[in-house]
Design a protein around this ligand. Structure first.
Ligand code: NAD
Length: 483
């Protein structure tokens, strides 16, 4: 493994470019180590990338779908071959444990393969014969797509957009987050090299580049994953030219543990712990608040702590023993800490979980030991905010109407989970306002690329994954041939 800083490129019209100003990315486990540099692109360069995508669209839109699939499959093969190198890079710039980085690449490849296998079915023109004549319904590409992605799953949340957009005949400009730009830039370069110039462009930067990507009149669709607050700016910027949009936003997913949950079910408890602390809790669809029926609350908490102490091992992401690495950045550490301190100052009990494998590292890097918060008020910030870190409040509830109300009063509705006897759990699940609800596991473990994923309320607009996630890159065109 190299420790020399890596310099990644921007890609505009097939050309790899560098900028004088660069984004510097440090290793969250060892912040003194610079993992690499990405270009810090300007608005002017972003406009050039959009122009390139706009010009490429004219022919790419009418390209042969079999040719597009072949190109994507070539890219998949090359990413597979480069997986060990890319996973290490992702782990070093992000802080997620190596197995977690490998998992992110694996799910990205699974989705890209699904998109290749299903695109023909999704865009196949439909012919309807009826009493007034004939109607042809086609599913055509939309145009230039601006894809803007966050730092927590930079590769999977970019390929979730790149594969269906390009396969359905769109062109794209992708902008990853400045907090994890390196590994995703490598993946994007591999894909872009398989396609004609201008089909897949890559720029780096933050809000300024984002504003160009979301307001430029040549952009037809925005595919955004990130915070709900940022999405509000994007909707405003895009309103001038009424762009199509897919928005995958924040969540404050609840896990509801019913009175018939078996507290001795070690497998389920392990799943619950993972669903709270995988990727140090920095996942949109992780369970961020747990409500437990009062009749089993105490027994549940005891068994939960046992299970957490077994699974959680904190330390260097490259240590194969480690299950939870550092938090991605300093601001996030401070924010999550402030929520825990706020709850503690109001009388909540705070319990540290897991085994620290390297105490020295903890002081130096952006580490936060996984924390359980008991006795918080249901309306404390630690419960109602999207805390996005390695902490979870567990609260008791007395009746199901009350817990359904607590779950649904959130502005968010991304995923949720219900734990207990199956039929009972499904009955409760039906009442939950969320895009996905899992029974006896959480979305982060049960995620299946074959089915649509997305949020209700302020958690998003539209769906990714599944055939819906491919179709969202098409416009429906009706051609009528009357008798
Ligand atoms: P963020 O909203 O701060 O940033 C996301 C992206 O938007 C970044 O690339 C950023 O540079 C860009 N950006 C910032 N300001 C912009 C502007 N004015 N116009 C256009 N782009 C702009 O989010 P983050 O902190 O990177 O990621 C964490 C958030 O993402 C959490 O809220 C999490 O829940 C959410 N998320 C949602 C999903 C999902 O599928 N629903 C998945 C992962 C993460």
């Amino acid at each position: 493994m190299t420790t020399e800083p890596l310099i990644v490129n921007a890609i505009i019209n097939g050309e790899k470019i560098q900028t004088e100003k660069k984004i510097e990315r440090e290793n969250p486990a060892h912040p003194e180590e610079i993992v690499g540099y990405a270009p810090n692109n300007t608005r002017e360069e972003t406009k050039r990338a959009i122009d390139a995508a706009y010009n490429a669209f004219k022919s790419w839109a009418w390209s042969d779908v079999d040719d597009r699939i072949t190109r994507m499959k070539n890219a998949i093969q090359k990413i597979k071959e480069a997986t060990p190198e890319i996973a290490e890079l992702l782990s070093r710039e992000h802080g997620k444990a190596l197995y977690d980085a490998q998992g992110e690449i694996a799910i990205s490849l699974m989705w890209m393969e699904f998109a290749c296998d299903h695109v023909k079915k999704v865009i196949e023109p439909e012919l309807k014969e009826h009493e007034n004549g004939k109607t042809i319904i086609t599913h055509d590409p939309i145009g230039v797509v601006s894809a803007i992605t966050p730092w927590n799953y930079p590769i999977s949340l970019s390929t979730i957009k790149i594969a269906p957009a390009l396969l359905t005949g769109n062109t794209m400009v992708l902008k990853p987050s400045p907090l994890a730009p390196l590994a995703v830039s490598r993946v994007t370069e591999i894909i872009s090299d398989e396609f004609p110039p201008g089909v897949l462009n890559l720029v780096n930067g933050d809000a300024e580049v984002g504003v160009e990507l979301t307001s430029n009149e040549k952009v037809a669709k925005i595919a955004f994953t990130g915070g709900t607050k940022t999405a509000k700016h994007i909707m405003k910027a895009a309103s001038e030219t009424i762009k199509k949009m897919t928005l995958e936003l924040g969540g404050n997913d609840a896990a509801i543990v019913l009175d018939d949950f078996d507290v001795n079910d070690e497998r389920a408890l392990r799943r619950m712990v993972i669903s709270n602390f995988l990727t140090a809790g920095q996942i949109c669809m992780i369970a961020k608040r747990v409500y437990v029926h009062r009749s089993i609350y105490e027994a549940f908490v005891e068994k939960y702590i046992e299970a957490a102490n077994k699974w959680i091992r904190i330390g260097d992401p490259f240590n194969p023993e480690v299950t939870v690495g550092p938090v991605n950045n300093k601001n996030q550490v401070q924010y999550v800490k402030s929520l825990i301190e706020d709850a503690e100052s109001k009388g909540a009990k705070v319990i540290k979980l897991g085994k620290v494998l390297d105490a020295k590292l903890m002081d130096n890097g952006y580490f936060l030991q996984p924390t359980l918060v008991l006795g918080a008020d249901p309306h404390d910030p630690i419960v109602v905010e999207e805390q996005f870190g390695p902490t979870v409040p567990i609260l008791p509830f007395d009746d199901e109407e009350q817990v359904i109300e607590l779950q649904n009063e959130s502005i968010y509705g991304l995923t949720s989970s219900v734990w207990g006897e199956e039929e009972h759990a499904v009955k409760v699940a039906r009442r939950i306002e969320a895009g996905t609800t899992m029974i006896n596991t959480a979305a982060v473990q049960g995620l299946d690329v074959r089915f649509p994923f997305g949020g209700v309320k302020q958690s998003g607009v539209g769906r990714e994954y599944g055939e819906d996630g491919i179709k969202s890159y098409t416009e429906t065109h009706v051609i009528n041939l009357p008798n």
